[in-house]
Design a protein around this ligand. Structure first.
Ligand SMILES: [Fe+2]
Length: 301
């Protein structure tokens, strides 16, 4: 099927993206002209309905970020416009990608202050739930956090931690042992990222607030995460988070709380120390899965 304007850039149907994936391109441009009216309408509805909940449940850094980026409720953002506001603040930039990014490549992008950003958007009939990221999750959920210096430094530290973990692999001569250890290390890092950057809660003067982007981009779960008696909320403990499996297809029953971004930054230092000491080498089994591309990305240094 030829790439036409009518095809749009919908998560479930985007010939431009399919072609890029077929060509093996991870980093792409944002072909803004391909967004359909239905795509724009999806952004409009998502943004308009969640905005009041941000003011109730999101942390202050996120709310400042929304203002700093001048996001438009009526139009899908152009990444170049977002970056014009974002880059002078923290050096971060949103970089369009065609979809899945192998684990090390992803973390290395963070180290270089580039955030792999999905450019497709969910369809109008699945506004409430999408298992994979879309531009609403990435730009409205993640990128406002990247305007905050302390949070931005935390993301860079994740990237540095991935480099440290990859360096540790070179001391394991046996190939199958290296793969086994690396699978555990990636799983531990992915879990820590999940329970902080994606689904983290933070203390504030006003009570608990959301800073995780999976929550910030979900109309239903942002409220559920703070208000529901069915959610277990505990002060974060790194040894617990790295051994805790999670599932992506329902609201999270367990969330971890940090005190501040400085607290989170310090925890990544601890994660790095644990990687050096081999303490990530035996992460408990369970989700998330680590695939061959993730493994290879760490070994191809
Ligand atoms: Fe995300």
């Amino acid at each position: 099927m030829p790439v036409t304007e009518a095809a749009g850039l919908t998560t479930t149907q985007a010939p431009f993206i399919e072609q890029a994936q077929k060509n093996g391109q991870i980093f792409i441009r944002q072909p803004y002209e391909l967004y359909s009216e239905a795509n724009q309408e999806a952004w409009r509805r998502l943004y308009t309905r969640i905005k009041p909940r941000w003011y109730r449940y999101a942390n202050d850094a996120f709310l400042r970020g929304i203002d700093s980026l001048c996001l438009d409720a009526d139009h899908i953002p152009r990444l170049e416009d977002v970056n014009r506001f974002l880059c002078p603040l923290t050096g971060f930039q949103a970089q369009a990608v065609s979809g899945y990014v192998p684990a090390f490549v992803f973390f290395d992008c963070l180290r270089n202050r580039r955030f792999p950003t999905t450019i497709t958007i969910r369809s109008l009939d699945s506004l409430d739930y999408l298992p994979e990221p879309d531009i609403f999750h990435d730009i409205a959920g993640h990128v406002p956090m990247h305007t905050d210096r302390a949070f931005a430094e935390t993301l860079v530290r994740f990237g540095e931690c991935a480099h440290t973990a990859a360096d540790c692999m070179s001391s394991i001569p046996d190939h199958s042992e290296r793969s086994r250890v690396l699978t555990n290390v990636i799983r531990a890092m992915a879990r820590f990222f999940w329970f902080t950057v994606e689904f983290g809660l933070m203390r504030s003067r006003h009570g608990l607030r959301v800073y995780g982007s999976g929550l910030l981009s979900s109309f239903g779960e942002i409220e559920h995460s703070i208000e529901s008696p069915n959610v277990q909320r505990y002060p974060i403990q790194i040894e617990w988070a790295i051994n805790q499996a999670f599932e992506i297809n329902h609201y999270q029953p367990l969330l971890f709380i940090v005190d501040s971004f400085d607290h989170l930054y310090g925890l990544i230092g601890k994660l790095e120390e644990m990687a050096k000491q081999g303490k990530l080498n035996q992460a408990a089994p369970g989700e998330p899965a680590v695939n061959e591309h993730d493994l290879q990305s760490f070994l191809r240094l």
